[in-house]
Design a protein around this ligand. Structure first.
Ligand code: CA
Ligand code: CA
Ligand code: CA
Length: 316
């Protein structure tokens, strides 16, 4: 084999290695973006003091709850958007992978207390927003919310189109949900059974307590993943080609500002100014790049195997 051939093959090997690395990096980042932290799997506000919050660990690691808390407001917040009571978890509390952690009212039904991991007697009576956060009292990231800290909703918040869904009901997270709502309770509660992240059960229905039906990390949620589309679906993580755009000139619906020979896709502009560095449009781009990388990889592997490719080397 001449040096020229070796250098071609070596270059090809390096390209395959780089592509494989890129593929795995993209796949890993896509999967973990959805399923990397705790979220509320259930919340009950029933008769008497039959109240609880259930938290699910979708990750592959045991999570130490000392770095988390579930602060709340009581009725209308003193300061809009800020918690009033910082509720730390019990000392030494942990949640194993695929397990739930239950905070129940200390005077709840014995059936609830039998599976409770800790008690707390100031749980919501329907209109008190609780959030699951990571961090400490002065600096934290909101992972999830049942209710919000924006104002007293009256008796309770509407969930999945059910008025007062957070009062005298049990709400259970759909098995397809892979992460918390990051405080976006309005999106999470939705307006119908279809668009809500929650299933609303009757008062004192504890049939889902102490377990969580979960489709699994990385389970595909098909839908339109392009943030610029008219039918963008924030919950979707796998584009099903259904995106529709009102801008017929551009299939991605990306508005391009042409000035000074630079362009700013609107999705990037939003991402840099918003709270989430990785928006759904960026995830869509990641998937597109992953598809492209996989296609290139297949072509390279075919070239490597094809008889005419070998003949090419022999002639060189
Ligand atoms: Ca009640
Ligand atoms: Ca209240
Ligand atoms: Ca449950």
């Amino acid at each position: 084999m001449c040096n020229f051939e070796r250098s071609i093959l070596k270059t090809k090997d390096m390209r395959i290695q780089s592509l494989l690395l890129a593929c795995f990096t993209l796949m890993a980042s896509s999967a973990w973006a959805q399923c990397d932290n705790l979220f509320f799997s259930e919340a009950a506000e029933g008769s008497s003091n039959n109240k609880y919050l259930e938290i699910y660990n979708p990750t592959a690691e045991t999570i130490d709850l000392s770095g988390y808390a579930y602060p709340n407001v009581s009725n209308a917040p003193n300061v809009v958007g800020e918690y009033e009571y910082w509720n730390a978890f019990a000392d030494g509390a942990t949640v194993a992978p695929g397990e739930v952690y239950i905070v129940a009212h200390g005077s709840a039904d014995p059936a609830i207390l039998a599976v409770a991991d800790e008690t707390m007697n100031f749980l919501s009576n329907g209109d008190d927003g609780f959030m699951l956060v990571q961090g400490d009292e002065t600096s934290f990231v909101v992972l999830d919310a049942v209710g919000d800290w924006n104002g007293d909703p009256g008796s309770g918040w509407e969930v999945a189109g059910v008025s007062n869904g957070t009062q005298n009901h049990t709400i259970v997270r759909k098995s397809s949900v892979q992460g918390g709502n990051a405080g976006d309770w309005v999106m999470s509660a939705g307006t119908s059974a279809e668009d809500s992240e929650w299933i609303v059960l009757d008062i004192d229905d504890w049939s889902s307590l102490h377990a969580h039906a979960f489709d699994g990390c990385g389970a595909p949620v098909p839908g339109c993943t392009n943030e610029n589309a008219m039918n963008y679906n924030a919950e979707a993580n796998e584009d099903d080609g259904s995106c529709m755009f009102d801008n017929a000139c551009n299939v991605d619906g990306v508005e391009v500002e042409a000035s000074s020979f630079q362009y700013v896709p609107s999705s990037s502009a939003r991402a840099s100014g918003g709270r989430h560095a990785l928006g759904a449009a960026d995830k869509g781009l990641l998937h597109e790049r992953l598809d492209l990388a996989l296609a290139l990889l297949v072509v390279l592997l075919e070239l490597e195997r094809a008889p005419h490719g070998l003949r090419l080397h022999q002639h060189l």
